[in-house]
Design a protein. Structure first.
Length: 541
């Protein structure tokens, strides 16, 4: 394996830039992590210091680099710069630094690192102390402008890196990089509910606020972009603590691993109700009735990987009575299939997944509910604390990828339901986890949009480990840890996400031989034949 999912395997371009900077500014035995702003870097330093078991407390250095090309000779801001913050620490603290990178999702993207590498090599990205006078701090944004007429074919003699750049720009159908702000606005409008049909950038920008509203008073101004989905979750939790105080949170239902880690490691901790059951809500209600205060309840709709839908109506009733926030991650359900905003104070999502589909960019979002009890307070905190760290070129790719979101979701819904029906009827399959077949289907249907489906994700378990291995190995689709890709993708989910805690996961119903399937855009008949061939091997022992 040469690389992996970007929050778990730090991209080689990022490693290269870190090594370059260490070679010039590092001290013996130091390693480095790269972040977009001083605020993010400071949070990383604080996490290392508070988590480290080293005595005395380790020394953590932050070096800030700024762009010399931020302003031109005429004083106008140029869309060709990015600042950078480097956190340097002893190699003995590397595992802790990696935890911050993985859990928060706030590290630099590979595209930003590649841009900064070129700027650093040219002497245009320099240590802040080398700049004698600077204008006021600005968000890192922008890239060199290209026009389609500037794109020329690169011969192989010019290097593999240049060819890769050309292919991504030409066949990724990317926009002129002058349109960053428009691209981000279009993304926010799509998320805000304007997704009725496939929509080009021009059409998305011509929508009025009224066209984009899902509930009264809701618009793209309530949508905030982040570099990853985990960043949206992490920063939402951070904002809630800043707004309401550092009480424990609740993680309800078995979640994607990093959500639980965020609640456990950043702040006073959490109550984990991993079964997502009514009995656990009873227990929570008893705690609240006895006077315990909680910050927020975090849940997924539906959950990954068991596809359970929480009882949002009851959770909302408890929140209204006992005064806590509700944060709902609807990544798996997605905006077109489910509408959970009325039950939430904040809805978060990973745009890396099905919103993009093309597996070449990361992003995340959070939506404030204008009718939520904390809307005004959260808005005031975000007005001063929010940083738009979604790198400009990443935003362009994400906008382009999401233009056909509507038609892709419709096809994925049909394909996934057909695959789930096929697997459900097979004698060697122990259980199919899918919202349509879940005991929590009524809770899902209560939030299902008119015409919405059950999403593209499902999980299966087998009666024996041998059957799981054989079917997985013979299933002729891509294998990997993500979801929401335009192509179908399978993973031995529990082994990848919980290898060091298999017994713990099994205690919440996540079996060791569980296989998670993200269904893509293939022709339905061909996709079913692919699964049938894999299942046929189980009938001949």
């Amino acid at each position: 394996m040469k690389t992996g999912y970007p929050r778990f395997f730090i991209h080689k371009s990022i490693q290269k830039l870190a090594s370059t900077i260490l070679s010039k500014f590092g001290q013996p035995g130091e390693e480095a992590m790269l972040f977009p702003t001083p605020c993010v870097a400071a949070r990383c330093r604080q996490f290392i210091k508070t988590t480290s078991q080293t005595t005395p407390t380790p020394t953590i250095r932050i070096i800030e680099f700024v762009s010399k090309t931020r302003k031109g000779n005429d004083g106008d801001e140029r869309p060709i710069w990015s600042d950078l913050c480097v956190v340097m620490y002893s190699a003995s603290e590397a595992k802790i630094a990696k935890q911050f990178w993985q859990h928060t999702g706030d590290g630099v993207s590979s595209r930003r690192a590649e841009f900064c590498q070129k700027e650093f090599d040219k002497g245009l990205l320099v240590e802040k102390s080398a700049i004698t006078s600077q204008g006021p701090p600005r968000m890192s944004r922008g890239l060199k402008r290209y026009s389609r007429g500037d794109m020329q074919f690169k011969s192989s003699s010019q290097g593999e890196e240049e060819q890769d750049t050309f292919v991504e720009e030409r066949f990724g159908r990317n926009l002129d990089l002058a349109f960053v702000d428009s691209a981000k606005l279009a993304i926010r409008r799509r998320i805000a509910g304007s997704l009725k049909v496939n929509m080009e950038l021009k059409d998305a920008l011509e929508l009025s606020n009224e066209d984009g509203r899902m509930v009264e008073g809701f618009s793209e101004n309530d949508v905030y972009l982040y570099p990853t989905g985990m960043s949206a979750i992490f920063n939402t939790h951070r904002m809630l603590m800043a707004t309401l105080g550092p009480n424990k949170s609740v993680c309800y239902g078995f979640p994607y691993i990093d959500t639980l880690k965020i609640l456990q490691k950043f702040g006073p901790g959490c109550h984990f109700y991993g079964h997502g059951s009514s009995e656990e809500l009873d227990d929570l209600e008893q705690k609240l009735e006895c006077g315990e205060r909680i910050l927020a309840l975090f849940c997924e709709f539906p959950s990954n990987p068991l596809l359970k839908a929480p009882d949002l109506q009851r959770i909302k009733t408890l929140a209204d009575k006992y005064d806590f926030a509700i944060v709902i991650d609807e990544t798996v359900g997605n905006f077109l299939n489910v509408h959970v905003l009325p039950y939430a104070d904040v809805v978060v999502s990973s745009l890396t997944k099905v919103f993009s589909g093309d597996s070449n960019v990361m992003g995340g979002s959070s939506i404030l509910n204008p009718k939520g009890r904390y809307y005004k307070q959260l808005g005031e905190v975000l007005a001063t604390d929010y940083e738009d760290n979604h790198w400009s070129e990443d935003a362009l790719f994400l906008e382009r990828n999401s233009r056909d979101f509507v038609s892709r979701i419709e096809r994925i819904n049909r394909n996934a339901e057909a695959v789930a029906d096929l697997l459900k009827s097979h004698p060697k399959i122990k259980q199919v986890y899918y919202p349509k077949y879940s005991p929590t289907k009524p809770f899902y249907d209560n939030c299902r949009c008119p015409g919405g489906g059950y999403g593209g994700l499902l999980s299966v378990t087998f009666h024996t480990t041998e059957d799981a291995i054989r079917s997985f190995d013979t299933l002729e689709i891509s294998k990997g840890p993500s979801l929401g890709t335009n192509f179908s993708l399978a993973s031995p989910y529990t082994l990848l996400a919980h290898y060091g805690e298999l017994d713990w996961a099994a205690g919440y119903g996540v079996e060791e031989n569980l296989v998670r399937v993200s269904v893509g855009l293939e022709e339905t008949g061909e996709l079913l034949e692919t699964f049938k061939r894999a299942l046929e091997t189980l009938l001949f022992d």
